[in-house]
Design a protein around this ligand. Structure first.
Ligand code: HEM
Length: 88
């Protein structure tokens, strides 16, 4: 995925709930490295992020159909790169 394109998609579609890699609805389920390891189904990987973004989970809406597969791959690449970098 294209991290730079993913950042714009994140800001437009995800930041309302996940600004700075946090989670305003379920505070423990952040997008930080350790939280992805602990909570994300399938573990910390681009594939697992793509799966959750496409299908949604509980209070998180599904983006399949609203974003293209390419856009979802790009935003997943951005989330993973940002988690690895500590959301600095
Ligand atoms: C969880 C990404 C949009 C609410 C997550 C997780 C990821 C993620 C990777 C797993 C984090 C973890 O388990 O620690 C994204 C991306 C988005 C997006 C890339 C945009 C395309 C949103 C929006 C909302 C939201 C707009 C609020 C309306 C949540 C909630 C969870 C979550 C509540 C926890 C779900 C659960 O396990 O019950 N998100 N998210 N997300 N997200 Fe999002």
């Amino acid at each position: 995925g294209d991290v730079g394109a993913g950042e714009q998609i994140f800001n437009a579609n995800c930041a309302a709930c996940h600004a700075g890699g946090q989670n305003v609805i379920m505070p423990e389920k952040t997008l930080e490295k350790e939280a992805l390891d602990q909570y994300l189904a399938g573990g910390r990987s681009e594939k697992a992020i793509i799966s959750q973004v496409t299908g949604g989970k509980n209070a998180m809406p599904a983006f399949g159909g609203r974003l293209s597969d390419e856009e979802i791959a790009n935003v997943a690449a951005y989330v993973l790169a940002s988690a690895e970098a500590g959301w600095e």
